[in-house]
Design a protein. Sequence first.
Lengths: 470, 473
Amino acid sequence: MLRGSPVFLSVLLFLGAAGCTTRPSNARASLNRDVASRTSLAVGWPQSAADEDALAANVAHLLARPLTPDSAAAIALLENRSLRATFEEVGISEAELAAASRLPNPAFRASIRWPDAGPRTPNVEFGLGMDMLEAFLLPVRKHFAGEQLAATEQRVSQEALLLAAKTKTAAYTLIARQQWLTRTRAILDVNRAAADLAQRQYDAGNISRLDLLRQQATVQQANLDVQQVTTAVAQDRERLNRLMGLSDDQLGWTMIEDFPVATAADPPIDQLEHAALTQRLDLSAAQLRVKLTASALELKRKTRLLPASVDLGIDTERQPDGTAGPTQVTGPNISLALPVFDQGQPEIARLTAQYHRAQDEYEALATNIRSEVREGEAALLSARAVAASYDKVILPQRRAIVQETLLQYNAMQRSNYELLDARREALEAERGRIDAWRDYWIARTNLERALGGRLDASAPAGIPAADAAH
Amino acid sequence: MPTALTRRNFLALASGTALAIPAARLLADELLPPVTSDGSTRPFAPPNGSPYRPVITPNGATLPWKMVDGTKVFHLVAEPVTHEFAKGLVAECWGYNGRVHGPTIEAVEGDQVRIYVTNRLKTPTTVHWHGVIVPSGMDGVGGLSQKAIQPGETFKYEFTLHQHGTFMYHSHHDEMTQMQLGMIGMFLIHPSGPARSAPDRDYAIMLSEWKIEVGARRPDPNEMTDFNVFTMNGRSFPGTQPLVAKKGERVRVRLGNLSSMSHHAIHLHGHDFKVIATDGGEIPESAQWTETTVIVPTGCTRTIEFTANEGDWVMHCHMLHHVMTQMGHTFGNMIGVNTQGLNETIGQLVPGYMAMGQNGMAEMGPMGMPVPPNSLPMVGGVGPYDYITMGGMFTILKVRESLPADGSDPGWYQPPAGTLASPASESDLRRDGIAVAAKEAQLEARGQKVELCAPSESLASAGEPVTARVRVG
């Protein structure tokens, strides 16, 4: 029997202290580790002014050199504010864990009443109560909240990986667009040369005005093409700026001009489905949810007759009695709901449904991931074949056609215009080649996203052309 | 050039004429005399002397024969032949006895001839004797006169010659393909008895046209309009062997034309000639007309005669596209175009580019630009003074006071002093009052006399552009 407030208060403090736990840094470390192990990139989630300075210096250092797809992804993970907003969900889950780790606060009750007759001594009542079931189930709730935090952290890491993949894709698109611009400008030069020749022929009286106008029209068309590609370059840059979260004085970056040099062959891809199933963060998050819902269901099954809460309390009351004088009555009280009408079946049904749903979602995700991996493999192989055929067959053919057309021109069998046509067709084939390599690198990025990790764990995705010489 | 029969070639031929050759063996290969330094084979001189002066087929040969019981026996073998049109252009053609065109058949009016034709092609063929009056079944039209000669078969044509003149022979089965691949030849029949007036030199030239894509090595027999290789006896200048004659000699040239689509206007420089016969026969003297250019329609022969004047004389088709080998028609007109800077701008886009054609096509030949292999686009020949900018259906008649006895090429003509066109000297120009500068030439053209003297003050003050030494009267 509790007597006296000081004892009571100290018990409360003890219980409070026992229930107090804080583990804020584990989830952030997991986040960093999960992302870094899959992409070799660090996430930017500064917690202090020193962190922010270090991050800003890092970003400035990356921006100082021409960007590569990898460095652009690095900047995105450090600077993208939408991603940081997503990170805060981890903070929210952490708070929920902290809440689940603490005992519920006891409730204090006090009332004072005056009798309407007799002596005017008020009736004072104090009471203190706490939901003991909550206290009893605290470890269980803490466990659940911890698992929930892990699931959130994995889901957020997955968001980071997706952002990295999107950024790399945008970077490859920009590289391809820049190269398209040089080829499109070269095609404009070819058309200008043809129009210039036509002008000279027209000035000498050798061709009709119609033939001259037709040649000049091709120049205008090529001009429009150059403008279109120039605009597309600007759009690609802004897309990258949004993904990288850059603004103000950070906008002057340049992107490397060449695609990375592809490794001689793509690494063997037989174990990829298995690798994806172990690496994919969203899949492990879904798996956690299955575990969680299963545990919740299990728990409820075991405790289904338990009421929702068991309030244990103690209260004391001074009653102004007439004959023997005022008395202090003190004693514990208990309040609980009796499982008469609701014996937990609806809750079990709900938890069962949730469990099954989590299971189905997990299986659906696993099936889809495996299919994505297979699709990604096929796309990568075919993109590689197309790009290789451009390099090995199509471009050499086009160069040979230009050479042979020059010989036929020297024999006066083909005109200047046919010679320039051959050059233009060679440039158009070069544009096809650029697209082919862009598609290869984007397919590779997609496959790595589907895998949830790098394609070749032992080597970086590609050596930037500038470094390949070393 | 060969006269009737020198002792040397008689001996060479006599040993080869081995009468012991069984009839089944081919006569053709063994009896063809070797090529001489003048680029032609000597004509086949008949054994036991000859009642006629054998005709020379420049760049060609005469089909040998042997007498068997009073019948002249020939053997033609129709087969694929790799043929050189001129140095640098070789193509896969079809011909006879290893040659394109087939060897000239030469006989005498009244001869009984027996011609065996072996078909070594992969397709049936026949031979038609163009202009020769033969029995209908010997006429050689595949399907009508006879069943076509199947691959591997040998047919026998036999008939008596009742006429003399210049005729031809050619395939008459799938003619478009087979003739356009080269299966044609000359068939000459000399008059029996004393010749009307035998010439001192007698030449046979077969004209033809081909389409050979630049960089290809087979003629396209389906071409109908855009021929680009033109030949005399299957050769294009500078691959044509020159005709030679001594000054004052009577020269006869028999022209046959089996081009699939074109007539040819054969023009001879330095002479006028009479057209003395067609493939229908002799033209009576009173009806013979004088020409410097004779049009030889396709499917016809025209025989001309003239007295040779000394010099180097060109004989060529006057249809100007026919004196260009593999000329292109899609180059575009670049005459007079200002090409300054083009080599740089287009050269950046296509390395090795050079602007061409501003002043015509004459520069093509000697320029030596890289061209597709096995082609002679618009190439001509080297002459004594400069590049000769023509090709195709073009040859040279060389007439000299005397010719080398061994039949070798007499070299280039040396014109006597005063007969060579050369740059006019200053003294000549001045003496004759010839104005050379453009403005002066204009004045002269208007009929105004132009004198070379000191400038006139009045001209200068009138604001007229003046040269230092012109007075206009």
